[in-house]
Design a binder for this molecule. Structure first.
Ligand SMILES: [Zn+2]
Length: 102
């Protein structure tokens, strides 16, 4: 039995480690962070695909800075749940987000 390694990425909003397939990639472009389809070049960040709370501008700002509002909007439009109203203000995750690896 071969145990295949599943690449894991950390969501920049909630800091949960998840299989890459469950996350949406945000790419660093010369214009800032954006949701880019196609070639995966450049620096990437990952956000949960199924968690509207992770799409909130407030939670993206630490990692994405000035691009947070736009990425937040794009995530809300691009992903199916579309219910970004219940934003949890979990103090534990807020503290964990403190050090970003940008
Ligand atoms: Zn998340």
């Amino acid at each position: 039995m071969t145990k295949h390694h599943v690449p894991e990425r950390t969501c920049i909003a909630c800091r949960r480690k998840r299989p890459q397939a469950e996350l949406t990639r945000v790419t660093r472009t010369p214009q800032g962070w954006a949701l880019v389809q196609g070639p995966r070049s450049g620096r990437g960040a990952y956000v949960c695909s199924d968690s509207p709370a992770c799409w909130a501008e407030k939670r993206l700002r630490r990692a994405l800075g000035a691009s947070a509002p736009e990425v937040s909007e794009r995530l809300t439009l691009a992903l199916p749940a579309g219910e970004a109203t219940h934003i949890s203000n979990d103090p534990r995750s807020r503290r964990a987000i403190g050090g970003t690896n940008v």
